[in-house]
Design a protein around this ligand. Structure first.
Ligand SMILES: [Ca+2]
Ligand SMILES: [Ca+2]
Length: 132
């Protein structure tokens, strides 16, 4: 699931998806192994799992992806910039879904362009397209 804005909270996500859950469906939000459905102020990020169930059976399962958020905290910050740089120089390799979130332009790999894109965002000189 993409097209999400950075710094979105559980509460905002629930509001966004209220139409989906109006029909007797239950929404469950998990970050790692922790269920955070009830923590309305907690930020969701890359890797946050969203499941929709009807009558106890899961009908839809999504993993959120915020382009530029490669550590899953929901912010696009210097920490993400550092992780992408480390990947580029070969110090560290990102796993999915974080790798995909670092590939801002969706061409299948992290390159210098992605690093520049995050740098531009962090320095408030440009936005990252979340809609792809
Ligand atoms: Ca982040
Ligand atoms: Ca890329």
């Amino acid at each position: 699931m993409t097209n999400l804005t950075p710094q979105k909270t559980v509460g905002q996500l629930k509001t966004d998806l209220s139409a989906l859950c109006g029909s007797g469906a239950t929404l469950k939000i998990k970050k790692g192994t922790d269920e955070i459905t009830a923590n309305d102020n907690e930020q969701v990020g890359t890797g946050t799992e969203l499941s929709v169930s009807v009558g106890g059976a899961v009908t839809d399962l999504y993993h959120l992806r915020i382009y530029g958020d490669v550590n899953g905290d929901g912010n696009i910050s210097l920490n993400d910039l550092t992780s992408v740089r480390d990947q580029l120089v070969g110090i560290h390799t990102l796993d999915e879904p974080y790798q995909g979130a670092g590939d801002l332009y969706g061409e299948g790999k992290i390159t210098l362009n992605d690093l520049v894109g995050i740098m531009t965002y962090v320095s408030a000189a440009g936005d990252i397209n979340q809609n792809h």
